[in-house]
Ligand binder design. Structure first.
Ligand SMILES: Cc1cc2nc3c(=O)[nH]c(=O)nc-3n(C[C@H](O)[C@H](O)[C@H](O)COP(=O)(O)OP(=O)(O)OC[C@H]3O[C@@H](n4cnc5c(N)ncnc54)[C@H](O)[C@@H]3O)c2cc1C
Length: 474
Protein backbone atom coordinates (compact mmCIF):
# COMPACT_ATOMS: atom_id res chain seq x y z
CA UNK A 1 0.00 0.00 0.00
CA UNK A 2 1.22 3.51 -0.76
CA UNK A 3 2.29 5.68 2.14
CA UNK A 4 -0.21 8.23 3.37
CA UNK A 5 0.80 11.63 4.70
CA UNK A 6 -0.95 13.81 7.26
CA UNK A 7 -0.19 16.82 9.42
CA UNK A 8 -1.76 15.13 12.45
CA UNK A 9 -2.83 11.59 13.25
CA UNK A 10 -4.93 10.71 16.28
CA UNK A 11 -4.64 7.12 17.54
CA UNK A 12 -7.87 6.06 19.24
CA UNK A 13 -11.38 7.45 18.66
CA UNK A 14 -12.64 7.62 22.24
CA UNK A 15 -14.00 10.77 23.91
CA UNK A 16 -10.42 12.08 23.93
CA UNK A 17 -9.40 11.15 20.39
CA UNK A 18 -12.49 11.87 18.32
CA UNK A 19 -13.02 15.45 19.59
CA UNK A 20 -9.29 16.08 19.06
CA UNK A 21 -9.63 14.91 15.45
CA UNK A 22 -12.83 16.91 14.85
CA UNK A 23 -11.27 20.09 16.24
CA UNK A 24 -8.11 19.51 14.17
CA UNK A 25 -10.33 19.17 11.10
CA UNK A 26 -12.12 22.40 12.00
CA UNK A 27 -8.76 24.13 12.35
CA UNK A 28 -7.87 22.99 8.80
CA UNK A 29 -5.10 20.60 9.89
CA UNK A 30 -4.91 17.58 7.54
CA UNK A 31 -5.92 14.86 10.00
CA UNK A 32 -6.58 11.13 10.22
CA UNK A 33 -7.94 9.14 13.13
CA UNK A 34 -7.06 5.47 13.56
CA UNK A 35 -9.44 3.24 15.54
CA UNK A 36 -9.05 -0.51 16.04
CA UNK A 37 -12.34 -1.48 17.61
CA UNK A 38 -15.13 1.00 18.13
CA UNK A 39 -15.90 4.62 17.30
CA UNK A 40 -16.48 6.55 20.51
CA UNK A 41 -14.13 4.35 22.55
CA UNK A 42 -14.97 2.84 25.90
CA UNK A 43 -17.28 5.69 26.87
CA UNK A 44 -19.81 5.37 24.07
CA UNK A 45 -19.61 1.60 23.61
CA UNK A 46 -19.00 -0.07 26.98
CA UNK A 47 -18.76 2.76 29.50
CA UNK A 48 -20.56 6.02 30.25
CA UNK A 49 -23.44 5.71 27.80
CA UNK A 50 -24.53 2.06 28.05
CA UNK A 51 -24.07 2.14 31.83
CA UNK A 52 -26.27 5.21 32.14
CA UNK A 53 -28.91 3.56 29.94
CA UNK A 54 -28.98 0.50 32.19
CA UNK A 55 -28.93 2.71 35.31
CA UNK A 56 -31.93 4.62 33.94
CA UNK A 57 -33.78 1.33 33.45
CA UNK A 58 -32.92 0.32 37.03
CA UNK A 59 -34.21 3.61 38.39
CA UNK A 60 -37.49 3.34 36.46
CA UNK A 61 -37.95 -0.28 37.52
CA UNK A 62 -37.47 0.64 41.17
CA UNK A 63 -39.72 3.70 40.94
CA UNK A 64 -42.53 1.70 39.34
CA UNK A 65 -42.53 -0.45 42.44
CA UNK A 66 -43.12 2.61 44.66
CA UNK A 67 -45.84 4.67 42.99
CA UNK A 68 -48.57 4.02 45.54
CA UNK A 69 -47.30 6.79 47.86
CA UNK A 70 -48.39 9.35 45.27
CA UNK A 71 -51.71 7.68 44.50
CA UNK A 72 -50.78 5.67 41.42
CA UNK A 73 -51.31 1.95 41.57
CA UNK A 74 -50.08 -0.49 39.00
CA UNK A 75 -51.82 -3.84 38.49
CA UNK A 76 -49.29 -6.56 39.28
CA UNK A 77 -45.53 -6.15 39.58
CA UNK A 78 -43.47 -4.56 36.80
CA UNK A 79 -41.54 -7.18 34.87
CA UNK A 80 -38.12 -6.90 33.31
CA UNK A 81 -37.07 -8.23 29.90
CA UNK A 82 -33.26 -8.05 29.91
CA UNK A 83 -33.02 -9.00 26.22
CA UNK A 84 -35.23 -6.04 25.28
CA UNK A 85 -33.26 -3.78 27.59
CA UNK A 86 -30.07 -4.88 25.81
CA UNK A 87 -31.62 -4.14 22.40
CA UNK A 88 -32.69 -0.66 23.51
CA UNK A 89 -29.27 0.02 25.05
CA UNK A 90 -27.59 -1.17 21.82
CA UNK A 91 -29.75 1.26 19.82
CA UNK A 92 -28.67 4.19 22.00
CA UNK A 93 -25.01 3.23 21.53
CA UNK A 94 -25.40 2.79 17.75
CA UNK A 95 -27.00 6.20 17.30
CA UNK A 96 -24.12 7.88 19.07
CA UNK A 97 -21.28 5.91 17.49
CA UNK A 98 -22.59 6.36 13.96
CA UNK A 99 -22.94 10.05 14.76
CA UNK A 100 -19.22 10.17 15.61
CA UNK A 101 -18.32 8.78 12.16
CA UNK A 102 -20.54 11.37 10.48
CA UNK A 103 -19.01 14.21 12.51
CA UNK A 104 -15.45 13.11 11.72
CA UNK A 105 -16.18 12.86 8.00
CA UNK A 106 -18.11 16.13 8.03
CA UNK A 107 -15.06 17.87 9.44
CA UNK A 108 -12.77 16.45 6.78
CA UNK A 109 -11.06 13.85 9.00
CA UNK A 110 -9.94 10.63 7.34
CA UNK A 111 -11.00 7.54 9.31
CA UNK A 112 -8.66 4.54 9.20
CA UNK A 113 -9.99 1.33 10.73
CA UNK A 114 -7.04 -0.60 12.11
CA UNK A 115 -4.52 -1.07 14.89
CA UNK A 116 -1.74 1.49 15.03
CA UNK A 117 1.85 1.06 16.15
CA UNK A 118 4.55 3.73 16.22
CA UNK A 119 7.63 3.14 14.08
CA UNK A 120 11.05 4.76 14.13
CA UNK A 121 10.99 8.43 13.18
CA UNK A 122 12.54 9.28 9.79
CA UNK A 123 13.70 12.60 8.34
CA UNK A 124 10.24 12.90 6.75
CA UNK A 125 8.33 12.72 10.01
CA UNK A 126 6.83 10.34 12.56
CA UNK A 127 5.99 6.88 11.28
CA UNK A 128 2.88 4.84 12.11
CA UNK A 129 2.21 1.32 10.88
CA UNK A 130 -1.48 0.41 10.78
CA UNK A 131 -2.71 -3.18 10.60
CA UNK A 132 -5.91 -3.00 8.58
CA UNK A 133 -8.16 -5.74 7.18
CA UNK A 134 -6.43 -5.37 3.83
CA UNK A 135 -2.82 -5.19 4.99
CA UNK A 136 -0.31 -2.88 6.61
CA UNK A 137 -0.61 0.82 5.89
CA UNK A 138 2.38 3.13 6.52
CA UNK A 139 1.62 6.68 7.58
CA UNK A 140 4.00 9.63 7.81
CA UNK A 141 2.85 12.53 9.95
CA UNK A 142 4.15 15.70 11.56
CA UNK A 143 2.17 15.21 14.76
CA UNK A 144 0.69 12.28 16.65
CA UNK A 145 -1.96 12.36 19.37
CA UNK A 146 -1.91 9.19 21.44
CA UNK A 147 -5.45 8.57 22.76
CA UNK A 148 -5.56 4.82 23.22
CA UNK A 149 -7.40 4.90 26.54
CA UNK A 150 -7.58 2.17 29.15
CA UNK A 151 -9.01 -1.24 29.98
CA UNK A 152 -10.14 -2.95 33.21
CA UNK A 153 -7.46 -4.19 35.61
CA UNK A 154 -7.39 -7.83 36.59
CA UNK A 155 -6.10 -9.50 39.74
CA UNK A 156 -4.10 -12.72 39.69
CA UNK A 157 -6.36 -15.77 39.83
CA UNK A 158 -9.40 -13.83 38.59
CA UNK A 159 -9.18 -14.19 34.81
CA UNK A 160 -12.16 -12.49 33.19
CA UNK A 161 -14.05 -15.10 31.16
CA UNK A 162 -17.27 -13.02 30.96
CA UNK A 163 -19.09 -16.08 32.34
CA UNK A 164 -18.31 -16.43 36.03
CA UNK A 165 -15.80 -13.62 36.31
CA UNK A 166 -17.02 -10.58 34.44
CA UNK A 167 -15.78 -7.01 34.05
CA UNK A 168 -17.88 -3.89 33.49
CA UNK A 169 -18.23 -4.74 29.79
CA UNK A 170 -19.61 -8.19 30.70
CA UNK A 171 -21.89 -6.73 33.36
CA UNK A 172 -23.38 -4.33 30.81
CA UNK A 173 -24.07 -7.17 28.37
CA UNK A 174 -25.90 -9.65 30.65
CA UNK A 175 -29.14 -10.81 29.07
CA UNK A 176 -30.43 -12.42 32.26
CA UNK A 177 -30.50 -11.13 35.84
CA UNK A 178 -28.12 -13.19 37.98
CA UNK A 179 -29.38 -14.47 41.33
CA UNK A 180 -26.23 -13.41 43.18
CA UNK A 181 -23.34 -11.13 42.30
CA UNK A 182 -20.17 -10.24 44.16
CA UNK A 183 -18.70 -6.90 43.16
CA UNK A 184 -14.98 -6.73 43.87
CA UNK A 185 -14.12 -3.05 44.25
CA UNK A 186 -16.20 -0.30 45.85
CA UNK A 187 -15.32 2.41 43.33
CA UNK A 188 -17.81 4.21 41.13
CA UNK A 189 -18.10 1.60 38.37
CA UNK A 190 -18.66 -1.27 40.83
CA UNK A 191 -21.25 0.62 42.85
CA UNK A 192 -23.14 1.97 39.83
CA UNK A 193 -23.46 -1.50 38.32
CA UNK A 194 -23.94 -3.32 41.63
CA UNK A 195 -26.82 -1.03 42.50
CA UNK A 196 -28.54 -1.60 39.16
CA UNK A 197 -28.49 -5.35 39.58
CA UNK A 198 -29.66 -5.03 43.19
CA UNK A 199 -32.65 -3.08 41.83
CA UNK A 200 -33.30 -5.84 39.30
CA UNK A 201 -33.42 -8.35 42.18
CA UNK A 202 -29.85 -9.70 42.37
CA UNK A 203 -28.43 -10.34 45.84
CA UNK A 204 -25.33 -8.14 45.67
CA UNK A 205 -22.27 -8.20 47.92
CA UNK A 206 -19.56 -5.55 47.59
CA UNK A 207 -16.05 -6.57 48.65
CA UNK A 208 -13.72 -3.61 49.13
CA UNK A 209 -10.10 -3.86 50.27
CA UNK A 210 -9.91 -0.37 51.84
CA UNK A 211 -11.93 0.83 54.87
CA UNK A 212 -14.26 3.00 52.74
CA UNK A 213 -16.30 3.19 49.54
CA UNK A 214 -15.66 5.74 46.78
CA UNK A 215 -12.29 6.78 48.21
CA UNK A 216 -11.97 10.29 46.75
CA UNK A 217 -15.54 11.55 47.16
CA UNK A 218 -16.92 13.67 50.03
CA UNK A 219 -17.41 11.36 53.02
CA UNK A 220 -20.83 12.77 54.02
CA UNK A 221 -22.11 12.20 50.48
CA UNK A 222 -20.74 8.66 50.46
CA UNK A 223 -22.49 7.95 53.78
CA UNK A 224 -25.87 8.69 52.14
CA UNK A 225 -25.18 6.20 49.34
CA UNK A 226 -23.88 3.63 51.86
CA UNK A 227 -27.18 3.95 53.79
CA UNK A 228 -29.14 3.43 50.59
CA UNK A 229 -27.10 0.33 49.74
CA UNK A 230 -27.93 -1.08 53.17
CA UNK A 231 -31.62 -0.26 52.72
CA UNK A 232 -31.57 -2.10 49.39
CA UNK A 233 -30.08 -5.19 51.03
CA UNK A 234 -26.63 -4.85 49.44
CA UNK A 235 -23.99 -6.25 51.77
CA UNK A 236 -20.83 -4.14 51.90
CA UNK A 237 -17.68 -5.81 53.23
CA UNK A 238 -14.97 -3.20 53.88
CA UNK A 239 -11.30 -3.90 54.63
CA UNK A 240 -11.90 -7.24 52.94
CA UNK A 241 -9.65 -8.72 50.26
CA UNK A 242 -10.75 -11.15 47.55
CA UNK A 243 -8.15 -13.93 47.60
CA UNK A 244 -9.30 -16.71 45.24
CA UNK A 245 -12.37 -18.35 43.77
CA UNK A 246 -13.50 -21.79 42.71
CA UNK A 247 -16.06 -22.89 40.16
CA UNK A 248 -18.37 -25.45 41.76
CA UNK A 249 -20.45 -26.05 38.62
CA UNK A 250 -23.75 -24.64 39.87
CA UNK A 251 -22.07 -21.70 41.61
CA UNK A 252 -18.78 -19.94 42.25
CA UNK A 253 -17.28 -19.72 45.73
CA UNK A 254 -15.19 -16.69 46.60
CA UNK A 255 -12.66 -16.77 49.42
CA UNK A 256 -12.00 -13.46 51.14
CA UNK A 257 -9.65 -12.28 53.85
CA UNK A 258 -11.54 -10.25 56.44
CA UNK A 259 -10.31 -7.21 58.35
CA UNK A 260 -9.25 -9.40 61.30
CA UNK A 261 -7.14 -11.65 59.05
CA UNK A 262 -9.61 -14.57 59.14
CA UNK A 263 -10.92 -16.03 55.90
CA UNK A 264 -14.52 -16.54 54.81
CA UNK A 265 -16.25 -17.92 51.73
CA UNK A 266 -19.20 -16.50 49.82
CA UNK A 267 -21.34 -18.33 47.24
CA UNK A 268 -22.24 -16.42 44.10
CA UNK A 269 -23.31 -16.69 40.47
CA UNK A 270 -21.19 -13.86 39.06
CA UNK A 271 -18.04 -12.12 40.23
CA UNK A 272 -17.81 -8.58 38.87
CA UNK A 273 -14.22 -7.33 38.89
CA UNK A 274 -14.11 -3.55 39.10
CA UNK A 275 -10.86 -2.65 40.78
CA UNK A 276 -9.73 0.09 38.43
CA UNK A 277 -8.40 0.57 34.95
CA UNK A 278 -4.96 0.43 33.35
CA UNK A 279 -3.62 2.33 30.34
CA UNK A 280 -3.45 0.84 26.83
CA UNK A 281 0.21 1.67 26.41
CA UNK A 282 1.61 -1.74 25.50
CA UNK A 283 2.10 -2.91 21.89
CA UNK A 284 1.95 0.66 20.72
CA UNK A 285 5.61 1.00 19.76
CA UNK A 286 6.22 3.60 22.47
CA UNK A 287 9.66 2.15 23.13
CA UNK A 288 10.58 2.36 19.44
CA UNK A 289 9.47 6.00 19.28
CA UNK A 290 11.15 6.74 22.64
CA UNK A 291 8.01 7.90 24.48
CA UNK A 292 8.33 7.82 28.28
CA UNK A 293 5.81 5.93 30.40
CA UNK A 294 5.67 5.91 34.20
CA UNK A 295 5.96 2.77 36.32
CA UNK A 296 2.21 2.09 36.07
CA UNK A 297 2.32 2.31 32.28
CA UNK A 298 0.74 5.77 31.91
CA UNK A 299 2.27 7.96 29.21
CA UNK A 300 3.91 11.01 30.78
CA UNK A 301 2.56 14.29 29.35
CA UNK A 302 2.81 17.90 30.51
CA UNK A 303 0.06 20.52 30.70
CA UNK A 304 0.48 21.10 26.97
CA UNK A 305 -0.17 17.37 26.53
CA UNK A 306 3.34 16.99 25.14
CA UNK A 307 5.26 13.79 25.72
CA UNK A 308 9.06 13.81 25.89
CA UNK A 309 9.19 13.34 22.08
CA UNK A 310 8.63 16.49 20.01
CA UNK A 311 5.45 16.21 17.92
CA UNK A 312 3.98 13.34 19.95
CA UNK A 313 1.15 14.28 22.34
CA UNK A 314 -0.96 12.15 24.67
CA UNK A 315 -4.42 12.64 26.19
CA UNK A 316 -7.23 10.93 28.11
CA UNK A 317 -7.08 7.79 30.23
CA UNK A 318 -3.71 6.96 28.69
CA UNK A 319 -2.07 9.73 30.74
CA UNK A 320 -3.94 8.99 33.97
CA UNK A 321 -5.19 11.59 36.43
CA UNK A 322 -8.99 11.61 36.62
CA UNK A 323 -9.93 8.88 34.18
CA UNK A 324 -13.14 10.52 33.00
CA UNK A 325 -14.58 11.17 29.56
CA UNK A 326 -14.98 14.94 29.97
CA UNK A 327 -11.34 15.27 31.07
CA UNK A 328 -10.26 13.36 27.95
CA UNK A 329 -12.46 15.56 25.73
CA UNK A 330 -11.08 18.82 27.13
CA UNK A 331 -7.54 17.53 26.63
CA UNK A 332 -8.46 16.54 23.06
CA UNK A 333 -9.70 20.03 22.29
CA UNK A 334 -6.65 21.65 23.88
CA UNK A 335 -4.19 19.43 22.00
CA UNK A 336 -5.85 20.30 18.69
CA UNK A 337 -5.45 24.02 19.39
CA UNK A 338 -1.78 23.49 20.27
CA UNK A 339 -1.06 21.47 17.12
CA UNK A 340 -2.80 24.15 15.03
CA UNK A 341 -0.37 26.68 16.51
CA UNK A 342 -2.77 28.41 18.90
CA UNK A 343 -1.87 29.37 22.46
CA UNK A 344 -3.55 26.82 24.74
CA UNK A 345 -2.88 24.61 27.75
CA UNK A 346 -4.78 22.15 29.93
CA UNK A 347 -5.08 24.66 32.71
CA UNK A 348 -8.22 23.89 34.71
CA UNK A 349 -9.13 24.68 38.30
CA UNK A 350 -11.60 21.85 38.63
CA UNK A 351 -12.75 18.69 36.91
CA UNK A 352 -16.23 17.79 38.15
CA UNK A 353 -16.88 14.13 38.93
CA UNK A 354 -20.16 12.25 39.14
CA UNK A 355 -21.03 8.88 40.60
CA UNK A 356 -24.29 7.68 39.04
CA UNK A 357 -25.45 5.70 42.03
CA UNK A 358 -28.92 6.27 43.45
CA UNK A 359 -28.81 8.90 44.84
CA UNK A 360 -26.13 10.38 42.60
CA UNK A 361 -23.04 12.05 44.00
CA UNK A 362 -21.55 15.00 42.14
CA UNK A 363 -18.51 16.92 43.18
CA UNK A 364 -16.37 19.82 42.04
CA UNK A 365 -13.42 21.49 43.71
CA UNK A 366 -11.99 20.50 47.08
CA UNK A 367 -13.37 18.39 49.91
CA UNK A 368 -12.89 19.70 53.46
CA UNK A 369 -9.85 17.46 53.99
CA UNK A 370 -8.29 18.53 50.68
CA UNK A 371 -8.96 22.22 51.44
CA UNK A 372 -7.23 21.92 54.83
CA UNK A 373 -4.30 20.04 53.26
CA UNK A 374 -3.95 22.94 50.80
CA UNK A 375 -3.59 25.46 53.62
CA UNK A 376 -7.19 26.72 53.96
CA UNK A 377 -7.10 26.48 57.74
CA UNK A 378 -10.54 27.97 58.40
CA UNK A 379 -13.49 26.87 56.35
CA UNK A 380 -17.07 28.04 55.99
CA UNK A 381 -19.22 24.98 55.28
CA UNK A 382 -22.93 25.11 54.49
CA UNK A 383 -25.13 22.06 54.04
CA UNK A 384 -28.69 22.27 52.77
CA UNK A 385 -30.92 19.17 52.84
CA UNK A 386 -33.07 18.27 49.84
CA UNK A 387 -35.83 17.51 52.36
CA UNK A 388 -36.22 21.29 52.86
CA UNK A 389 -36.64 21.96 49.12
CA UNK A 390 -40.13 22.40 47.71
CA UNK A 391 -39.12 20.87 44.39
CA UNK A 392 -37.59 17.78 46.00
CA UNK A 393 -40.76 17.22 48.02
CA UNK A 394 -42.97 17.72 44.99
CA UNK A 395 -41.10 15.08 42.98
CA UNK A 396 -41.12 12.75 46.00
CA UNK A 397 -37.32 12.45 46.13
CA UNK A 398 -35.91 14.14 49.23
CA UNK A 399 -32.81 12.10 49.98
CA UNK A 400 -29.52 14.01 50.07
CA UNK A 401 -28.05 17.48 50.40
CA UNK A 402 -25.81 20.09 48.85
CA UNK A 403 -22.62 21.07 50.66
CA UNK A 404 -20.76 24.29 49.86
CA UNK A 405 -17.22 24.79 51.14
CA UNK A 406 -15.54 28.20 51.22
CA UNK A 407 -12.42 29.75 52.72
CA UNK A 408 -13.58 31.53 55.91
CA UNK A 409 -11.01 34.33 55.59
CA UNK A 410 -11.27 35.16 51.88
CA UNK A 411 -14.80 33.92 51.14
CA UNK A 412 -13.45 32.05 48.09
CA UNK A 413 -15.57 29.13 46.90
CA UNK A 414 -13.46 25.98 47.25
CA UNK A 415 -15.77 23.03 46.65
CA UNK A 416 -19.35 21.90 46.14
CA UNK A 417 -20.55 18.37 46.83
CA UNK A 418 -24.06 17.20 46.11
CA UNK A 419 -25.73 13.91 46.87
CA UNK A 420 -29.28 13.48 45.64
CA UNK A 421 -31.63 13.32 42.72
CA UNK A 422 -30.24 15.25 39.75
CA UNK A 423 -26.84 15.92 41.34
CA UNK A 424 -25.15 15.14 38.00
CA UNK A 425 -26.93 18.04 36.31
CA UNK A 426 -26.74 20.39 39.30
CA UNK A 427 -22.96 20.40 39.61
CA UNK A 428 -22.04 22.37 36.47
CA UNK A 429 -22.93 25.84 37.79
CA UNK A 430 -20.55 25.25 40.70
CA UNK A 431 -17.78 24.09 38.34
CA UNK A 432 -18.26 27.34 36.39
CA UNK A 433 -18.24 29.32 39.63
CA UNK A 434 -14.94 27.75 40.73
CA UNK A 435 -13.40 28.26 37.27
CA UNK A 436 -14.36 31.95 37.46
CA UNK A 437 -12.91 32.34 40.95
CA UNK A 438 -16.32 33.04 42.49
CA UNK A 439 -16.96 33.69 46.18
CA UNK A 440 -19.45 31.68 48.24
CA UNK A 441 -21.42 34.92 48.28
CA UNK A 442 -21.77 34.83 44.49
CA UNK A 443 -23.65 31.53 44.69
CA UNK A 444 -25.75 32.98 47.52
CA UNK A 445 -26.63 36.18 45.64
CA UNK A 446 -27.42 34.61 42.27
CA UNK A 447 -31.17 34.25 41.85
CA UNK A 448 -32.06 30.61 41.24
CA UNK A 449 -35.44 29.77 39.72
CA UNK A 450 -38.13 28.43 42.04
CA UNK A 451 -39.11 25.69 42.54
CA UNK A 452 -36.02 23.84 41.33
CA UNK A 453 -33.46 21.48 42.79
CA UNK A 454 -30.78 24.05 41.88
CA UNK A 455 -31.99 26.19 44.79
CA UNK A 456 -30.12 23.71 47.03
CA UNK A 457 -26.82 25.21 45.81
CA UNK A 458 -27.90 28.79 46.57
CA UNK A 459 -29.36 27.73 49.93
CA UNK A 460 -26.21 25.80 50.93
CA UNK A 461 -24.15 28.93 50.17
CA UNK A 462 -26.57 30.89 52.38
CA UNK A 463 -26.10 28.33 55.18
CA UNK A 464 -22.31 28.74 54.88
CA UNK A 465 -22.77 32.50 55.37
CA UNK A 466 -25.23 32.04 58.27
CA UNK A 467 -28.01 33.63 56.20
CA UNK A 468 -30.23 30.66 55.42
CA UNK A 469 -33.92 31.32 54.96
CA UNK A 470 -35.30 27.79 54.76
CA UNK A 471 -33.31 26.11 57.55
CA UNK A 472 -32.38 27.42 61.00
CA UNK A 473 -28.92 29.04 61.05
CA UNK A 474 -26.61 27.61 63.72
C1 LIG B 1 -18.55 1.07 32.94
C2 LIG B 1 -17.92 2.43 32.78
C3 LIG B 1 -18.65 3.56 33.05
C4 LIG B 1 -18.09 4.81 32.90
N1 LIG B 1 -18.85 5.91 33.17
C5 LIG B 1 -18.32 7.14 33.02
C6 LIG B 1 -19.11 8.29 33.25
O1 LIG B 1 -20.29 8.20 33.61
N2 LIG B 1 -18.54 9.51 33.08
C7 LIG B 1 -17.23 9.64 32.69
O2 LIG B 1 -16.76 10.77 32.54
N3 LIG B 1 -16.45 8.56 32.45
C8 LIG B 1 -16.97 7.33 32.61
N4 LIG B 1 -16.19 6.23 32.34
C9 LIG B 1 -14.78 6.44 31.95
C10 LIG B 1 -14.66 6.82 30.47
O3 LIG B 1 -15.25 5.81 29.69
C11 LIG B 1 -13.20 7.00 30.10
O4 LIG B 1 -12.62 7.95 30.97
C12 LIG B 1 -13.07 7.49 28.67
O5 LIG B 1 -13.63 6.58 27.77
C13 LIG B 1 -11.60 7.73 28.31
O6 LIG B 1 -11.53 8.21 27.02
P1 LIG B 1 -10.23 8.01 26.12
O7 LIG B 1 -10.54 8.68 24.81
O8 LIG B 1 -9.03 8.41 26.85
O9 LIG B 1 -10.08 6.44 25.91
P2 LIG B 1 -11.09 5.26 25.45
O10 LIG B 1 -12.50 5.63 25.58
O11 LIG B 1 -10.58 4.06 26.17
O12 LIG B 1 -10.79 5.13 23.92
C14 LIG B 1 -9.55 4.70 23.42
C15 LIG B 1 -9.75 4.14 22.02
O13 LIG B 1 -8.49 3.82 21.47
C16 LIG B 1 -8.59 2.63 20.71
N5 LIG B 1 -7.25 2.05 20.59
C17 LIG B 1 -6.48 1.56 21.61
N6 LIG B 1 -5.30 1.15 21.12
C18 LIG B 1 -5.32 1.37 19.78
C19 LIG B 1 -4.40 1.16 18.74
N7 LIG B 1 -3.18 0.64 18.96
N8 LIG B 1 -4.76 1.50 17.48
C20 LIG B 1 -5.98 2.04 17.23
N9 LIG B 1 -6.89 2.26 18.18
C21 LIG B 1 -6.56 1.93 19.43
C22 LIG B 1 -9.56 1.79 21.52
O14 LIG B 1 -10.18 0.81 20.72
C23 LIG B 1 -10.56 2.84 22.01
O15 LIG B 1 -11.66 2.98 21.13
C24 LIG B 1 -16.73 4.94 32.46
C25 LIG B 1 -15.98 3.80 32.18
C26 LIG B 1 -16.56 2.56 32.33
C27 LIG B 1 -15.75 1.35 32.01
Amino acid sequence: MAEQRFDAVVIGAGPGGYPAAIRLGQLKVKTAVIEREYMGGVCLNVGCIPSKAVIHAGKMYEKLGHTEDIGISIQGKPTLDMKKLQTWKGGVVNKLTSGVRTLLKGNGVEIIDGTAKLGKRTAEGHVIEVETKTGTQTIITKNIVLATGSRPMEIPGFKVDQKRVIDSTGALALDAVPGRMIVIGGGYIGLELGMVYAKFGTKVTVVEATPGLLGTMDKDCVAVVARKLKKMGVEVMLSTKAKSWEDKGDRAVLTVELADGKTATIDTDKILLSIGRRPNSENLGLDVAGVTVDKRGFVVADDHLKTNVAGIYAIGDLIGGMMLAHKATKEGEVVAEIIAGHKAAFDVRTIPAVVFTDPEIASTGLTEDEAKAKGHTELKVGKFPFAALGRALSVNDTEGFCKVIGDAKTGELLGVHIVGNGASDLISESALAIEMGAMVEDLRLTIHPHPTLSEAVMEAAAVALGEAIHVINR
